[in-house]
Design a protein around this ligand. Structure first.
Ligand code: XLS
Ligand code: NI
Ligand code: NI
Length: 441
C-alpha cells in the first residue's frame, strides 16, 4: 500500500478552489465543493467520478498511431504488483482532485489471463487491495462493470454471441465483476453492450440475440438478489461503435427492450453525452426520455467532436452542454445512486500525467458552472413559467377532458364545430435562448 510520504505526482498539489479570478491552472475557479446551490453542496449535487479505464489504462493510441501517454508508474506487465501500484496511483489522483467516486471494468483493474479461474483470482486479489484504498481514503465506487468487448472471444458479442459457450463465459465474467462490485460496496453496476449488436444482418438472428441478451440480464438480476447486492443496475445506450448497430442504441430503444423483457423494474439508464450525439440526439433529449420513464440513473460526462463522427470521449467544456445537463438533473431532484462519471480521455497530444489534472479540473469547473447557471435559470423563473403557460389550455375545458381520458372523438368534432379557428401563441424560442444567455454567470 502507498506510504503517506510517497507520491506518484510529486509536482501536483492538492487542487484548491480559488474562485473565478484565479489564474492558477491547478485550481478550481468554480467548483467549490462546500458551496450551497439550491440548499445542497456542489459536492453532493455533482457526485463526480473518475473512470479507471481512461485515467489509468488509456495509452492514448488511435487507429493510426501508437500510444503516447507517459505513465512512469507502469512496468506494462500483467503482474498483480503492477495492478496494485496502478490502484495506488489512481487513489492519489482522486485524492488530489477531491473526486470521491470512481468506476471500473474488471479488466481495467486486474489482468485478463486467458483463463477464467486465474483472471477471477487476480480480480479478487486486486479488489481486496482496492477495498483497502477505499477504506483509507473514504472514496466510493459509483459503479463497476465487466469488459465484454475487448477480448477476441467477444468479437461476435458476449450476451448476443452466436456461440452459447461464449455467452456462458460472458455470464461468468459478469458474475465475477458483480462480486467485485459488491465487495467494494458499489452503488451501481453498468451493462454497456459494445459488441451486443451486429455488423451484418446476413449472418445475424436478431430475435434470438435479443432474447439471449435479456436472458443474461435476468440471470444477473437473479444473482444480485441471491447475494444481496443492492446496487442499481444500469444500461448504457450507444447506437454503434464498435458494432455497426448496437441493440441498446438510445434511451428509447433501451426502455422498449427493458419493458418487453420485463426488466424495467430492475434497471435504470446511464446516459453518455457522446453516445447521445452518435445516436443523432442531443444529451437533453436522451436525459428527458430517461427522466420521463423514471429511469435516469447516472451520467457518463463527456462530449464529442462535431467534426469527427466517433466517440471521441472529450472532457466536457461546453457550458451550454453542462448547463442543460444540470437543468435536467435539478428538474429530476438530483442523483440518488448515480453521479457524473468522466468517461473522457485526454487528446493524444496531451500525453503528460499533468494533463490528467488539467482535463478533470476543466470538466469539474464546467459542470460547476453549469450547475450555477442552471440554478440561476430556475431562480429567474421565466423559462419555467413560459413552459407552464404554453400548455395552460390543457388545464381546463376540453384539454383537461382529453388528459383525463373523458373526451370522445364525437365530442371533439362537436367542440371544433362550435368554436372559432384556434389561435396559436408563439414558441418564442429566440427569446428563451436570450434568457438562457442572460443567466450565464
Ligand atoms: C464506451 C462506453 C464505456 C462504458 C463502460 O463507449 O462509454 O466506456 O461507459 O463500459
Ligand atoms: Ni461510458
Ligand atoms: Ni462511450
Amino acid at each position: 500500500m502507498l506510504s503517506a510520504a510517497m507520491s506518484y505526482f510529486p509536482e501536483i498539489p492538492q487542487i484548491p478552489y480559488e474562485g473565478p479570478t484565479s489564474k492558477n491552472a491547478l485550481a478550481f475557479k468554480h467548483y467549490n465543493p462546500k458551496e450551497l446551490v439550491e440548499g445542497k453542496s456542489m459536492h453532493d449535487h455533482l457526485r463526480f467520478a473518475a473512470a479507471y479505464w481512461h485515467v489509468m489504462r488509456n495509452g492514448l493510441g488511435d487507429p493510426f498511431g501508437a500510444p503516447t501517454a507517459v505513465m512512469p508508474w507502469e512496468d506494462y506487465s500483467d503482474s498483480l504488483s503492477n495492478a496494485k501500484r496502478r490502484a495506488d496511483v489512481f487513489f492519489e489522483f482522486l485524492g488530489k482532485l477531491g473526486i470521491d467516486f470512481w468506476c471500473f471494468h474488471d479488466r481495467d483493474v486486474a489482468p485478463e489471463l486467458n483463463d477464467y479461474k486465474k483472471s477471477t483470482a487476480a480480480l479478487q486479489e486486486v479488489t481486496a487491495h482496492l477495498g483497502q484504498l477505499q477504506q483509507a481514503s473514504g472514496k466510493k465506487l459509483l459503479w463497476g462493470t465487466a469488459c465484454l468487448f475487448g477480448h477476441p472471444r467477444y468479437s461476435q458479442g458476449a450476451g448476443t454471441s452466436p456461440n452459447a459457450e461464449v455467452f456462458a463465459y460472458g455470464a461468468a465474467q459478469v458474475k465475477a465483476a458483480i462480486d467485485a462490485t459488491h465487495a467494494l460496496g458499489g452503488l451501481g453496476y453498468v451493462f454497456w453492450g459494445g459488441r451486443e449488436g451486429y455488423a451484418s444482418l446476413l449472418n445475424t438472428h436478431m430475435g434470438r440475440e435479443l432474447d439471449h441478451l435479456a436472458a443474461l440480464l435476468h440471470l444477473a438480476v437473479d444473482y444480485k438478489r441471491a447475494i444481496g447486492f443492492t446496487g442499481q443496475f444500469y444500461i448504457e445506450p450507444k447506437p454503434r461503435e464498435p458494432s455497426t448497430h448496437q441493440y441498446d442504441s438510445d434511451a428509447a430503444a433501451c426502455l422498449n427492450f427493458l419493458r418487453e423483457y420485463d426488466l424495467l423494474g430492475d434497471f435504470k439508464l446511464n446516459i453518455e453525452t457522446n453516445h447521445a450525439t452518435l445516436a443523432g440526439h442531443t444529451m437533453e433529449h436522451e436525459l428527458t426520455v430517461a427522466i420521463n420513464a423514471g429511469a435516469l440513473g447516472s451520467i457518463d460526462a463527456n462530449q464529442g467532436d462535431m467534426l469527427i463522427g466517433w466517440d471521441t470521449d472529450q472532457f466536457p467544456t461546453d457550458l451550454y452542454g453542462t448547463t442543460k445537463v444540470m437543468l435536467k438533473v435539478l428538474e429530476m431532484g438530483g442523483f440518488t445512486t448515480g453521479g457524473l462519471n468522466f468517461d473522457a480521455k485526454r487528446r493524444r497530444e496531451s500525453h503528460e500525467p499533468l494533463d490528467l489534472f488539467h482535463a478533470h479540473i476543466g470538466g469539474m469547473d464546467a459542470f460547476a458552472r453549469g450547475l450555477k447557471i442552471a440554478a440561476a435559470v430556475r431562480a429567474d423563473g421565466r423559462l419555467g413559467k413560459f413552459v407552464c403557460e404554453r400548455y395552460a389550455s390543457w388545464n381546463s375545458g376540453i384539454g383537461q377532458r382529453v388528459e383525463n381520458k373523458k373526451a370522445t372523438l364525437a365530442e371533439l368534432a362537436e367542440y371544433v364545430s362550435s368554436h372559432p379557428e384556434p389561435v396559436i401563441a408563439s414558441g418564442r424560442q429566440e427569446m428563451l435562448e436570450n434568457i438562457l444567455n442572460e443567466c450565464i454567470c
